[in-house]
Design a protein around this ligand. Structure first.
Ligand SMILES: Cc1cc2nc3c(=O)[nH]c(=O)nc-3n(C[C@H](O)[C@H](O)[C@H](O)COP(=O)(O)O)c2cc1C
Length: 406
């Protein structure tokens, strides 16, 4: 995904250095060439061996360990498309801001003329120190501010390294990596709400986070995104808020016609109440009441059969259906949330529904899936192929899914 791009990754002596191993893996998965440069202090926190194994390049530390006629701080600065310093210590930030070039990393930063991203991480009092704040203001680069939370030093405050995905996204954005430009993505998210009466409903625990992560990733990769969701989200792309399965179906069908890819990540209720009471239902003397449920439309199956019909009509030359002018049909991707026999059920579902891909996730686990910020999924394709994506935050999983399907 980032092929042809060279990222110069500077690591300094902060406790968050260990998190950068995951960032290197993300860059490598995106096919970037990663050249790691460490301050000598960084090697107290993370080993050269780990960094060079992950980056598949030698790790540079010493400024005067020159292998050819060309000083490394100049050749690295010339070769890279972007420099990312993460985590950036208060010490290194202050040195770069004031032009101190006393090790390989700070010398490269001083000579670097292309975009630079700095992701600071430090104790909250260091972060609040007016001298550090003043030095940060002197930097003419993108600063990804730290986040608030519990810090490794035991304090609660601002200073935690921002999310690794944020550093990855910013790198991709600056390198203008937009492989999905011109593609329209329709993505659904969240559990639907099926009214019982004006104050009660039937729903599920879906948080909608996976769908939002997919929409954010597709947008970052240049796609024209429409998110159809049951949740309140405010984004820089088109968001259509819906409530019930029927509303969601209407919205999806409206958007389907000119989409290149439809990803159904929403947890659509299988059933709705047959007759929604117009007024709040009163408590009665009965110990039991019965609600009659009726089946909701299966949006994924309907999309798949629309697509199949359209493709068949095109083959036979039949021009009658509403999508007859299409030359190609959107990729249809479904999600399958199961609490047991995940792969078995997923295989049955992809055959039955006829979608191009099915993303299977195990909702019985507390550490992934519904409501969690993490996921672990298996991607099944219509030809019987399967690929497992190891547990990672939902943004990373989203990028990997898009990479796999598009
Ligand atoms: C256990 C430990 C954790 C540290 N974590 C941080 C940190 O997160 N951020 C920071 O600015 N400094 C941190 N420091 C202090 C830096 O290591 C120190 O300022 C050092 O001079 C930074 O060198 P460098 O910027 O050349 O890598 C830490 C020090 C220790 C001993």
């Amino acid at each position: 995904m980032l092929s042809g791009k060279t990222i110069l990754l500077g690591i300094t002596g902060g406790i968050a250095s260990y998190k950068i191993c995951e960032l290197i893996r993300m860059y490598k998965r995106a096919n970037a060439d990663v050249q790691v440069v460490c301050t000598p202090n960084a090697l107290n926190f993370v080993t050269k061996l780990t960094l060079q194994t992950l980056s598949k390049n030698n790790v540079a530390v010493e400024e005067f360990d020159i292998k050819n006629y060309n000083p490394e701080h100049i050749s690295f600065a010339d070769k890279a498309d972007i420099m990312v310093i993460a985590p950036a210590t208060a010490n290194t930030i202050s040195k770069i801001a004031t032009g101190v070039a006393d090790n390989l990393l700070t010398s490269i930063a001083c000579a670097f003329t292309k975009p630079v991203i700095i992701a600071p991480a430090m104790n909250c009092h260091m972060w609040e120190n007016p001298i550090i704040q003043e030095n940060l203001r002197k930097l003419s680069c993108t600063v990804l501010e730290p986040e608030s939370g519990y810090l490794a030093c035991g304090y609660l405050g601002k200073g935690r390294l921002c999310k690794i995905e944020k550093i990855f996204d910013k790198t991709a954005e600056i390198l203008n990596y937009k492989p999905l430009t011109g593609k329209k993505f329709v993505i659904t998210s969240g559990g639907t709400f099926e009214d019982i009466d004006p104050v009660r409903y039937i729903s599920n625990y879906s948080s909608g986070k996976m769908g939002v992560a997919l929409a954010d990733s597709a947008k970052n990769l240049g796609a024209d995104v429409t998110l159809i969701t049951t949740k309140d989200v405010s984004k820089k792309y088109n968001v259509i808020k819906v409530k019930s399965a029927l509303d969601m179906k209407d919205a999806v069908m409206r958007e389907f016609d000119n989409a290149d890819c439809v990803i159904m990540a929403a947890a659509v209720a299988d059933y709705r109440v047959k007759e929604t009471a117009p007024q709040k239902m009163k408590k009665t003397d009965e110990d039991e009441i019965t609600l009659t449920l009726v089946k909701n439309p299966d949006i994924l199956s309907e999309l798949c059969s629309l697509k199949a019909r359209g493709q068949e009509d095109k083959k036979t030359g039949y021009i009658a259906c509403h999508h007859d002018i299409r030359t190609s049909y959107p990729l249809v991707v479904g999600f399958c949330a199961e609490s047991e026999n995940l792969i078995e059920h997923a295989k049955e579902k992809i055959t039955k529904k006829g979608c191009d891909y099915l993303i299977a996730n195990d909702i019985s686990r507390k550490d992934i899936g519904f409501s969690s910020d993490y996921n672990e999924v298996t991607i099944l394709d219509k030809n019987g192929g399967m690929k497992k994506l190891e547990r990672a935050d939902k943004m990373t999983i989203a990028y990997q899914i898009l990479e796999e399907i598009f």
